[in-house]
Design a protein around this ligand. Structure first.
Ligand code: SF4
Length: 287
């Protein structure tokens, strides 16, 4: 293996151990017949490693929207889809190698009846994700709410209905896109997922994105955006700007639940979605 690549992978594995990704690595290893890693107690996950990592990468990587140089993967994209170069610098997700020939069913199988983090104690159903496994557009939310927990499907409550309306306004159907969350089990009382829970569950999100290989990732709300961009900055600092996530265009906008509380913000979200539509060559739905 290339020495630079090896060093980055080794650094990632060390981070993974510190952050409590060991159960994830263990299960991947057991699938391939390798020696299983020793699971780390959850208490260790709440160490200072995650804040240090987040602080080290506190500023998300902005990318120029229209005039960037095409990458190898996106060289064949239509001119309407500006190509975004990856910025140099270490990133936990950047260093994570893709699982060869990974598929959504395989990822779901690996999750199993997961007890890797404490969210498993209060869930009814694991909410894995739903939609087109070859979607060009992936929406990432934060975590399941009450309705999602009962039904096992993301974004099916009031906020979900609004998201469906937003998708249809873009000229798409819900089945055309893929919808998932950072954590797959409902946080109690709909609180935000905690750092250790995000650290434990987000490798599955990473694999979902890698398996789908969308053209655009749209983060719904701060949790999803901060997780994928590894930043502590507030979403208002970069909402509506094109960012880079492992060579894929990423844009963050407000969560539909926020729009239910603040309807005037819908116009801002619509502007963000229009940017996505421009990249994907979509026409708005005729009324
Ligand atoms: Fe497992 Fe993720 Fe559920 Fe935690 S939130 S128990 S890591 S599936």
């Amino acid at each position: 293996m290339d020495p630079t690549k090896r060093a980055r992978v080794e650094a990632w594995l060390q981070y993974a151990d510190e952050l409590g990704f060991s159960p994830f690595n263990r299960d991947r290893a057991s699938k391939s017949g390798e020696t299983a890693a020793v699971p780390q107690p959850q208490a260790e996950v709440q160490s200072s490693a995650q804040p240090q990592m987040m602080a080290a990468a506190a500023a998300p990587r902005r990318v120029p929207a229209p005039s960037a140089v095409p990458s190898a993967r996106q060289a064949s994209a239509p001119s309407a889809a500006p190509v975004l170069p990856a910025s140099p610098g270490f990133s936990l997700f950047d260093a994570a190698e893709r699982v060869p020939d990974d598929t959504l069913p395989r990822i779901r199988e690996d999750i199993g009846e997961c007890t890797r983090c404490k969210l498993h104690t209060g869930r009814t159903k694991i909410v894995f994700g739903v939609g087109n496994p070859k979607a060009e557009l992936v929406f990432v939310g934060e975590g399941p709410g009450h309705d999602e927990d009962i039904q096992g499907e993301p974004f099916v409550g009031r906020a979900g209905k609004l998201l469906t309306q937003m998708i249809e306004a873009m000229g798409l159907q819900r089945a055309d896109v893929y919808i998932c969350n950072v954590v797959k089990c409902r946080p109690p009382e709909n609180r935000l997922p905690e750092r250790d829970e995000i650290a434990t569950c987000s490798p599955f999100l990473l694999r979902q994105i890698d398996a789908i290989r969308p053209k655009v990732i749209c983060c719904l709300g701060a949790c999803a955006a901060q997780t994928l961009l590894q930043t502590t900055q507030g979403i208002s600092r970069f909402r509506g700007e094109w960012m880079d996530f492992r060579g894929t265009k990423l844009i963050a906008t407000y969560h539909p639940a926020y729009l239910l509380r603040n309807p005037p913000a819908k116009s801002e979200v619509w502007k963000d979605l229009q940017k996505v539509m421009a990249v994907l060559g979509l026409q708005p739905k005729r009324k």
